[in-house]
Design a protein around this ligand. Structure first.
Ligand code: FAD
Length: 316
C-alpha cells in the first residue's frame, strides 16, 4: 500500500521507521534483530536507506595503488522484499541518483514493481567519499527532481526505449526529502524551497524531512511550504540523541542545530547511558508536540538504537 493511502486511511498520526541495510558480512539476521522489537509497535511502513559504492585505494605489495569498489550495505531492494515477506508490512526503498545511470534506475524501478513495492523515496545522494562535490554518473541524474521525473514517466508507461509498445505503467507513490534547516548546499532557504516546490510540482506525493531537534523549525518549514502552495503531506523525520559525541557529529554530518536546552542537558551527563535518557525524553516531547500539531506520520530514524525509539513510542 502507498504511504499516501496509509495517511488517508488513518484516523490520526501514524508511525514509520527507517532502517539501514545490514553491513556486508553481517547477514540479514542482524536487521531482523533490530526490527523485531520495533515491529511489535505496528508501524505503517518501513523505509530502507540506499548506500552507494565507494572507491578506495588499496596498496599493492609493490607499493602501487589499486582502485577498488566497495559497497558496504548492498541489497536495498531485496531487503525491502524480505521485510515485507517476514513482517507483512509496507516498505519504502530509498533510490538515489549517485552511481546510477538512467537504465540502472529503470531496471531498479522495474525490480521494485515486480516485488510488489508501491513506494520510493527519491533522493540525489551525497558526494562519494573521495569527491568534494556530488558528481552524477555519466548521463545520470544531477538532482532528485530529474530522478523523480523518470519515476513519474514510468508511472505514465514511458520507458527509456521509446520503441516499446503497449507498456505497463508502474504506480509508485513518490516521496522526496525536505530540509527544515536548509540543505547545506543551498545558498539560502528561499532557493532551497524553490527547488523543493519543483519536486512537488514534478509529481512528489509527500515530503519527509531531515531530522531536527527544534520543533519550531519544523512548524516554520511547514508554514513556508503551505504559503508557497505545497499541499502534499509533510512528514517529520526524528532521531534520538544517544551519545555525547553526537553533539558535534550530528551538526557536522547533517548540517542541523541542536537547541541549547538539549545540548546543555547532554553536557551535564556523565555517561552515554545518561545521554540516552535525555535523548529519549527530548524525542518523547518532540513526538507529543508534533502529534498534537496533527502531523500525518512520525518517521523515526532508528539507526543503531531501536530500543530508545521503542521506549518513546510505548510512552505516548
Ligand atoms: P536535491 O533535491 O536534488 O537537492 C540537492 C541540492 O541541490 C539542494 O541544495 C537543492 O536546493 C539544490 N537543487 C535542487 N534542484 C536544483 C536545480 N535544478 N538546480 C540547482 N540546484 C538545485 N542519502 C543517501 O545516499 N541514501 C539515503 O538513503 C538517503 N536517505 C535520506 C532520507 C531523507 C529523509 C533525507 C532528508 C536525506 C537522505 N539522504 C540519503 C541524504 C540526501 O541524499 C542528501 O541530503 C543529498 O545531499 C540531497 O538529496 P536531495 O534528494 O534532497 O537532493
Amino acid at each position: 500500500m502507498k504511504v499516501t493511502d496509509h495517511i488517508a486511511q488513518a484516523s490520526g498520526t501514524i508511525m514509520s521507521f527507517e532502517v539501514l541495510p545490514p553491513l556486508k558480512g553481517k547477514g540479514i539476521e542482524a536487521l531482523y534483530k533490530h526490527l523485531d522489537p520495533l515491529m511489535e509497535l505496528s508501524p505503517a511502513y518501513i523505509n530502507v536507506t540506499y548506500h552507494r559504492s565507494e572507491h578506495v585505494f588499496k596498496k599493492r605489495t609493490d607499493g602501487s595503488f589499486e582502485k577498488v569498489v566497495i559497497r558496504k550495505r548492498p541489497g536495498t531492494e531485496a531487503i525491502c522484499a524480505a521485510i515485507m515477506n517476514r513482517y507483512n508490512v509496507d516498505t519504502v526503498p530509498h533510490l538515489i541518483c549517485g552511481g546510477f545511470s538512467l537504465p540502472d534506475t529503470e531496471d531498479a524501478l522495474l525490480t521494485l514493481s515486480y516485488l510488489g513495492i508501491d513506494n520510493v523515496l527519491v533522493l540525489r545522494g551525497d558526494a562519494a567519499k573521495n569527491e568534494t562535490a556530488f558528481e552524477p554518473e555519466p548521463g545520470g541524474h544531477k538532482y532528485a527532481s530529474e530522478l523523480l521525473k523518470q519515476v513519474a514517466n514510468l508511472n505514465a508507461g514511458v520507458y527509456l526505449e521509446d520503441e516499446l509498445q503497449g507498456t505497463n505503467k508502474t504506480d509508485f507513490c513518490i516521496g522526496v526529502a525536505g530540509y527544515p534547516e536548509k540543505h547545506f548546499e543551498a545558498p539560502n532557504m528561499q532557493t532551497d524551497m524553490h527547488y523543493l516546490k519543483k519536486k512537488v510540482d514534478a509529481g512528489a506525493d509527500y515530503i519527509v524531512t531531515q531530522m531536527f531537534f527544534d520543533n519550531a523549525k519544523f512548524h516554520a518549514f511547514v508554514k513556508a511550504c503551505r504559503d508557497m502552495g505545497i499541499t502534499v503531506p509533510i512528514i517529520p523525520g526524528l532521531k534520538p540523541v544517544t551519545s555525547k559525541k553526537q553533539l558535534t557529529m550530528l551538526p557536522q554530518t547533517f548540517y542541523i542545530d541542536l537547541p541549547a536546552e538539549l545540548s546543555n542537558e547532554i553536557l551535564k551527563c556523565k555517561t552515554d547511558e545518561e545521554v540516552e535518557k535525555v535523548g529519549e525524553q527530548w524525542l518523547l516531547q518532540q513526538s507529543i508536540d508534533l502529534r498534537e500539531a496533527g502531523v500525518p506520520v512520525l518517521h523515526y530514524y532508528t539507526l543503531g538504537k531501536p530500543h530508545v525509539v521503542a521506549n518513546v513510542v510505548k510512552r505516548f
